[in-house]
Every structure is written in structure tokens, then in C-alpha cells.
Design a protein around this ligand. Sequence first.
Ligand code: ATP
Ligand code: LTN
Length: 334
Amino acid sequence: MLNGEKVVFSGAQATGNLTIGNYLGAIRNWVELANDYQCFFCVVDEHSITVRQDPATLRRRSRELLTLYIAAGLDPEKSCLYFQSHVPAHAELAWILNCFTYMGELQRMTQFKDKSAKHEDNINAGLFTYPVLMAADILLYQADLVPVGQDQKQHLELCRDIAQRFNAVYGDVFTVPEGYYPKTGARIMSLQDPLHKMSKSDENPNASIYLTDDTDTIMRKFRRAVTDSEGVIRYCEEQPGIRNLIDIYSVLNGKTPQEVEAEFAGRGYGDFKTAVGESVAAVLGPIQKEQKRLLDDRAYVDGIIRDNAQKAAWYAEKTLRKVQKKVGFPERVR
Ligand code: ATP
Ligand code: LTN
């Protein structure tokens, strides 16, 4: 709780091109929660360097992601939108929490296993302790709720375990957060391989709809999406390709999968793919336009970046000081 309001925290990385998976699984839900909670939405640039990045690209993309938060409908006067690296408390708390996290717990993380397999030449300690920094992000703001896609569930469970372990030793220091997973859209699948999640690090550009794709590209990618041979628009396990398209259409049009089946009964895949593409383009078009406008308004965005980092730091330091005192660091002399 902060000022009597429940707290929401979430973050995304500015690596690669964001996909509609990121939008439907995360950012879109943030916009809804922002009305009812005290929210912190971070661009987690410190997490990004667990994989090698080109510095100029990371800097540009981080700014683009922050403006995307605003363009997608988050009000920077109401929600705190900022860069992780601008608030040193994140790294400081992560260090302390490292000392409350077991090697065995981190070794079980599937994201670590996946990313180690992908980056065999650079399995660094940061990649290993990635979930501890994520726990620090969340616990610094005493978050009650963490809206993320299903892929982050394991990290969130670990965060809860760390918080409970710390609280068991030192008393109620941290709020133990709950995950918040959207009913539909929590796991958007690749358009080329519907058994795997749509990922911004996928090498095949046809597998993902990027938030920067124009209408023609969106329509073409949906036309080429891998579907099944049944030829009927039915929501079932056996048709993962169509099921994924129904999920996307459902969230964007506020319909249940069954209502979508009924709407397209007797119609072919071609028609349905066109309808899905049009729904996606209709949502992304205005966001892209607003993002471009914001990127051209440097002074305005700079002001947001400065003010929100200060606001975040104020809350974060409050928790950090408390933790430092609990673990026995000497008091500061003023
Ligand atoms: P990568 O795929 O490169 O590992 P990512 O897209 O999973 O990266 P983030 O940018 O940190 O990584 O994710 C931001 C948010 O988007 C997270 O809440 C994550 O759960 C969500 N998300 C990512 N992919 C999907 C997906 N395919 N479907 C639904 N939500 C997703
Ligand atoms: N690990 C997350 C990004 C992330 C995050 C967080 C999400 C970093 N810190 C704190 C929620 C809360 C990801 O890869 N999606």
C-alpha cells in the first residue's frame, strides 16, 4: 500500500522489437490497472545487459519503450514511468537479496536454462541472478500486484519466496506480491510455430507482429500464419494455430472465444485471418502515431523521465533504508 492505494509494479525490456505478445500479455493490462492503483512501470535496462547489447541501440530502444508506455495510454502524471538504471536502489537491494536466494532456486529457472542455451558463449552471472534483480524491482515499491505474461510466473513465485524468507527473519518488511495474469492473451504464440510463445528475440520476422509493423505487413503476416488443416474456425487444443488467432481476436474485440467461433461459423480461414489483421492494425495504428509524436517532442519526454525517476527513487529509498537497517548496516552520519 502507498498512500492508502494498492500498488502495481511491472516492467519490460527494451531489447528487440516489442511484439503484440508483449502488448496483449502485459502493457494493455497495465493501462487498465492504472485507473485503480498506484502504478510503477519500469523500462528494465539493467536486465537487458544480461545479454550483449549495442549501446546506442539499447539507449534508443529504451526511450522508444518509455514513449510507447505513454502512447499505449499510460498517463505519466499518474503512473510512474521510468528507467531502472536511474534508480540505484534497484541494484543495491538486488545485492542484499542475492544473499537471501539459493543457487538451487536460480538453477531451476526455465528462462535461465533457455537463455543459457541460446547464448552459450556468454552465460554470465547477471543472467543467473536476473530473477533476484526482478524481485528487488517489485519489493522496493511494496507492490501488491504484478501484471505479467505466463512466462514470468516462475520468477514471480521466486520473488514471493524471497520476500517471505526475508520477512520470516526480520519481521514484515516486504509486501508479498501476487501475480496478475490476463485470462486471455497471457500467452500469445508464434505465428509460424504456434506451440512456442511469440518472442521478440525470434529470428524469423514472420513469426511475430511487431508493434512497429505497418498495416500491409500486419495483413501479410497474418495471411501467412501457420494454421491447421481442419478448415473450421474452432477453439481447441488440436488447432493451436487457429486457437492463437482466436485469442488475439477475442482480446481485441472483447469477445469470448465461443462468441468468435459463432461470428465466423461457416467462413474460411482467409476471411478470419483478414479480420484478425484488421483488428490488430486498428489498435496499433493510433499507438504508433502517438509514439512518433512523443519521440519528436524531446523536451516533454525528458521532463517525464526526470520527474518520474525522482518520484520512483523516493519510494524505493524508503524501503531500501529500512532493509539496510534490518540487516545491520551502520547508520548514516549526517
Ligand atoms: P524475449 O521473448 O526476448 O525473452 P520478452 O518479450 O519475454 O522477451 P519482456 O519485454 O521483458 O520480455 O516482456 C514484457 C512482458 O511481456 C512480460 O510481462 C511478459 O510476460 C510479456 N510477454 C512476453 N511475450 C509474451 C507472449 N508471447 N504472450 C503474452 N505475454 C508475453
Ligand atoms: N523479467 C521480466 C521483465 C521484468 C519485470 C520486472 C516484470 C523485470 N523486472 C518486475 C515484472 C516485474 C520479463 O522478462 N518479462
